[in-house]
Design a protein around this ligand. Structure first.
Ligand SMILES: Nc1ncnc2c1ncn2[C@@H]1O[C@H](COP(=O)(O)OP(=O)(O)O)[C@@H](O)[C@H]1O
Ligand SMILES: [Mg+2]
Length: 145
């Protein structure tokens, strides 16, 4: 984890926002502390997903900056940010095993096989899924996914 800073952040899906209503995310300045856990609450349409997509890099904000620690990541693609976004509905690869699913992001980044194996083992132990590593994700319960 790292400290996350939202600096003068605002977003409109319109090319030329004019009125207040045109902003999906009105200006926001905030700091989330390193290692803390937070919940983002608000009515449907208030901008929660817009903000999360900006933080993970799926969306570039119309205004402002995002910093991870002291590093400005506003113009970095998701893959360069070392961040994961977990969606409401599980996104696992059904035809891969649990082990292959856990290894997939590291493999895509070209990590070395020994390192991948040790990280997969550590994460599986942390979440209590060591016994399921070689099962296809297809058969898992919603919780396990
Ligand atoms: N891709 C998009 N294009 C245009 N408007 C969008 C898009 N996504 C969301 N919006 C609008 O931005 C506002 C915030 O939406 P959203 O971030 O999805 O809210 P929440 O996740 O809190 O329900 C809403 O008015 C929504 O209609
Ligand atoms: Mg949403």
């Amino acid at each position: 984890m790292a400290k996350i800073t939202l600096d003068n952040l605002a977003h409109s899906y319109l090319p030329k926002p004019a009125t207040d209503e045109d902003w999906a995310l009105k200006q926001l300045d905030h700091v989330w502390g390193d290692g803390e856990a937070y919940a983002l609450l608000g009515a449907s349409g208030c901008g929660k997903s817009t903000l999360l997509n900006i933080i993970s890099g799926l969306l570039r904000p119309s205004r402002g900056r995002i910093l991870f620690g002291d590093q400005d990541v506003t113009d970095q693609p998701t893959a360069a940010r070392n961040i994961a976004q977990v969606f409401q509905f599980p996104v696992v690869y059904d035809t891969m095993t649990v082990r292959e699913n856990l290894a997939f992001p590291l493999r895509n980044r070209g990590a070395e096989a020994g390192y991948i194996a040790s990280r997969v083992q550590a994460i599986a132990a942390m979440i209590g899924m060591e016994a399921m590593l070689d099962r296809k994700a297809r058969g898992l319960t919603a919780d396990a996914k």
